[in-house]
Design a protein around this ligand. Structure first.
Ligand code: MG
Length: 261
């Protein structure tokens, strides 16, 4: 089912989104070489508890995964890109780290991911991250009323093609609001002018992710962590957005538009 949100509900999702943006900033400042992934998990738990938020990941048990998930953040390093299970690992200089968080506050969910480089960057990793960030921006720019879902997918896919990165179509963006995963699925590549017509009140998590060398993925024995099949490095950029009568609202940023009464 596809549920359109009222402006007040969108504003409530923005409250959650701001908290996630603040949390990712906090974690990014702590993610240095020598820091253990489990320290970041514990800090995320602390932030969530202090805010009175509820993790959408804790106890999450989809058909894939050797669930239930018992962490509040996904931490994916280097060739790991999605659903990275926090584990006993010390970040090393030059590691590429993706942090992905979804929580709900007062019943409204937001979901956001960013990829950072720990310590000294490699230029090819910076390029890969820039590609996912540009693809996300392009997807957001296409999220206009009257456009179709395929316009968002095509915009994301065009940036990947421009950079020469292949696109996996198994995992992409999704609707969200009262829960973390709602209709529709948003592929990271597709044909313009196809699919669902975008309407004000539709809220989506857009999340382009690319591996440098392949669109194929493999799972770790933990059943969660998804890696590039060829071991190439990966990046992932995600925002929760709302389609409005005009420009889309990005709800997972530090500053929000004034609340609608
Ligand atoms: Mg996410």
């Amino acid at each position: 089912m596809l549920e359109l949100k009222t402006p007040r509900e969108v504003a409530a999702m923005g409250v959650t989104g701001t908290f996630i943006a603040e949390s990712l900033d906090d974690l990014e400042h702590r993610a240095h070489p020598g820091v253990n992934l489990l320290d970041l998990e514990m800090r995320a738990r602390e932030l969530i508890a202090q805010r009175g938020a509820t993790s959408c990941y804790w106890d999450y048990a989809p058909s894939f995964g050797r669930g239930p998930f018992r962490n509040v953040i996904c931490l994916s390093v280097n060739d790991a890109v999605l659903h990275g299970l926090p584990h006993d690992y010390e970040l090393a200089d030059g590691d590429v780290l993706t942090m992905d968080i979804a929580v709900s506050i007062d019943g409204w969910v937001a979901d956001c991911a960013r990829t950072i480089i720990v310590g000294a960057p490699r230029s090819e990793d910076e390029r890969l991250i820039a590609a996912t960030e540009q693809a996300l921006a392009a997807g957001i720019a296409a999220a206009l009323p009257g456009n179709r879902l395929g316009d968002i997918s095509a915009a994301i896919g065009a940036v990947a093609a421009e950079y020469g990165y292949p696109v996996n179509t198994e995992f992409g963006g999704h609707g969200l609001g009262r829960t973390m995963h709602e209709d529709p699925h948003v592929s990271n590549t597709g044909r313009a002018n196809r699919g669902l017509k975008l309407r004000p009140g539709l809220t989506l998590a857009l999340e382009p992710w690319f591996a440098a060398g392949t669109d194929k993925i493999v799972y770790d024995p933990d059943g969660w962590t998804i890696r590039s099949a060829d071991g190439s490095r990966t990046a992932h950029s995600e925002h929760t957005i709302a389609i409005t009568d005009e420009q889309p609202l990005v709800l997972t940023r530090l500053s929000q538009p004034a609340a609608v009464s």
